[in-house]
Structure formats: C-alpha cells, structure tokens
Design a protein around this ligand. Structure first.
Ligand SMILES: O=C(O)c1ccccc1N[C@@H]1O[C@H](COP(=O)(O)O)[C@@H](O)[C@H]1O
Length: 209
C-alpha cells in the first residue's frame, strides 16, 4: 500500500523545508484571500523557489476570477491547480494546466457524479462539507461515502492528523492524502513535530500489506 502526501496551506519558508525534509510529495499554496493561510505573490514566489525537483507545487483557488489565476501562473512556478470552490469543468480546463477539483462531501452519490463531471481532472479531492467555509475546516467526513470505483486518482482531505491518517489510508486506500490544519501549531504555521508524526504514521501504515 502506498499514499502520496500533500501538505497544504504553507506560508513560511521553514515550513516548506520541514515538509520537504519529511518527504512531502506536494505542497500547497493558498490563493484565496478569505483564508487565514492565504499567501501573496511575493511570498508564493519565495516559497515555490525552495521546492526541489520531484516535489510539486499546487496553487489552491476558490471561485477565482480567471485573470487572478492567469496572473498567479505568470509569476509563480506552479505544477498543478486546485479548485476548491464551485468552479465548473470548463473553467478548470481553461488555463491549459493540470488541475484537481475538490468536492465537499455531503451525501452518497456526489463523488461518483463528480468523477463523471470532472473527468478531465488529474485527480478528485474529497473534503468535508461545511455550510460556512469552502475548506481548511479541520473536519473529517463519513469515509464510507467514498465509492470503490475511482476513474481518477482520489485525494483524501478533511480533518486528517497523525491520530487518524493511518486509519484513513487503511480504510479508503486513497491515491494521496492532503492535510493542513492537522499539522499546524496555529493557522498558517505548521508544527515540525506534528508534521514528523504525520509522516511517521503514513510510512507505518504504508509499510504493511
Ligand atoms: O486551507 C484553507 O484555508 C482552505 C481554504 C479554502 C478552501 C480550502 C482550504 N484548504 C484545504 O482544505 C482541505 C482540508 O483541510 P484540513 O486538513 O481539514 O485543514 C485541504 O485540501 C486544504 O488544502
């Protein structure tokens, strides 16, 4: 069993270095100004520059104006776009870049439908639904709503931490896991010890079977 790891919502150089040192496959930069983890362009350029070969940089957006995405893409070296709002597939596809789509899960059937709707995506990220926030809630959801049939790589997010990531990987068998709040000391500030413990748990469960 194997699962890739994305650490999202990085705002500080030392947190990028810590995530990379722990073995992150991807890091995420938040370009959503209502998030406490939002970065500006200068910050994002500096953070992305620290990321070595074979670790990818994802830019997270929530219902952005197209010119915002274009502007970020011109200035920041991103490998992947993550759309975490109500973007339709045509919008996601329109930037000529690889992208993933987040689905905030409320009910059975929603994920299978999203696999059909966003079939051009490079992966489908499943996160907890919250009436007031688009993501980064720290809440998990009922993983039994995730279907076994997955036409795209499935990225599991929502309330993951070292306390539940091993169980999550065993139960869901995702392509990757994505965490933000569960490895923080405060919003936007990662905690090196929590990061290390999170990876320890991922590696422990991935060694079995
Ligand atoms: O991190 C945020 O502030 C955020 C804001 C708006 C949309 C998504 C956001 N983060 C993503 O939410 C999931 C789950 O985060 P958590 O682990 O529950 O804190 C994850 O994909 C983040 O990238």
């Amino acid at each position: 069993m194997t699962a890739r790891v994305k650490i999202c919502g990085l705002t500080r150089p030392e947190d990028v270095d810590a995530a990379v040192a722990c073995g992150a496959d991807a890091i995420g930069l938040v370009f959503y100004d209502q998030s406490p983890r939002a970065v500006d362009i200068a910050q994002a350029v500096g953070l992305a520059e620290r990321v070595p070969a074979f670790v990818s940089v994802t830019g997270l957006f929530v219902n952005p104006e197209p010119q915002v995405v274009d502007s970020v893409l011109k200035q920041v070296s991103l490998d992947l776009l993550q759309f975490h709002g109500d973007e339709d597939p045509e919008f996601c596809q329109s930037f000529g870049r690889r992208w993933i789509k987040a689905v905030r899960v409320r009910e059975a059937g929603q994920i299978a439908e999203a696999f059909r709707t966003y079939h051009q995506a490079s992966g489908l990220l499943v996160d907890a639904w919250d009436p007031n926030r688009y993501g980064g809630t720290g809440h998990s959801f009922n993983w039994s709503l995730i279907p076994d049939e997955r036409p795209l790589p499935l990225i599991l997010a929502g309330g993951l931490s070292s306390a539940n990531v091993a169980r999550a990987i065993e139960q869901v068998r995702p392509w990757a896991v994505d965490v933000s709040g569960g490895v923080e000391e405060a919003k936007g500030k990662k905690d090196a010890a929590k990061l290390s413990q999170f990876f320890k748990e991922v590696h422990r469960v991935c060694k079995t079977d």
